[in-house]
Design a protein around this ligand. Sequence first.
Ligand code: NAD
Length: 249
Amino acid sequence: MKLAGHHIFITGGAKGIGEAIVRDCVAEGANVSYVDIDSASGEKLANELGAKVKFVKASVASFEELSKAFTEVVAAFGEVTGVVNNAGVNSHADPVTMTDKEWDDFFAVDMKPVWLTAKLALPAMRKAGKGSIVNICSIHGRLTYPGFFPYGAAKSAVLGLTRNLALDEGKHEIRVNAVSPGYILTDLTKGWLNAEAGRTERANSIQPMGRMGQPEEVAKVVTFLLSDKSTYVSGSDWAVDGGLGARSA
Ligand SMILES: NC(=O)c1ccc[n+]([C@@H]2O[C@H](COP(=O)([O-])OP(=O)(O)OC[C@H]3O[C@@H](n4cnc5c(N)ncnc54)[C@H](O)[C@@H]3O)[C@@H](O)[C@H]2O)c1
């Protein structure tokens, strides 16, 4: 088991890609803690998985809630050895009608938590001289799509933060990497696909592998990056997009 003896802290772990990461980390032997704003789904998953997991309801947009949750999970499982910044929402704003508050609220979920979780987890990781942080970015970090304003900006910023942290924390043997999914079949994607007739067929037709991905296919890459199987991998961005990022028009 790749993660025996680890304590992995995951944001947005109740559903979708986050849930698949929680499950894979448990399967790989870790103690897993996760936060989410969806307490019903978060608790259901925790009840199913038992003593190896701890769920705390918290929003990544609030440093106060996040720090309280962090203190609770450290009390339960000891210092965090790996962090996965996964919580995220889509944005389909219009640059003219979007308000200041909407802008701030969006970046508070899709970008700023990469810094907030680092602020919480790095002291113990520096002391241990070891740690791994995985930031769930997106194919939108490099190539975006009409109608996703300003999702591409937030995900590009996640890549920038990944590089900043990787360079600064490398001397402590703390590795920081991004994972960039393409189209993965979760509630987030299904909501977008179902919003317009024919969108699913069009989305499938551009996939080099002829299909979209499953959350578990992202989770397997994340657990590899969290584990000691990737001790010289840092500052990188791992595409999990079935080859879509290699495609021209
Ligand atoms: N699904 C895809 O195709 C895809 C592609 C590229 C990147 N991503 C990224 O992967 C991550 C997960 O996406 P998903 O498809 O699993 O989405 P999802 O909506 O299925 O799950 C996201 C989870 O995050 C939680 N969450 C949302 N806001 C939160 C907050 N403020 N605090 C704590 N938890 C919060 C939700 O409750 C949910 O459980 C996101 O960062 C997303 O941008 C997804």
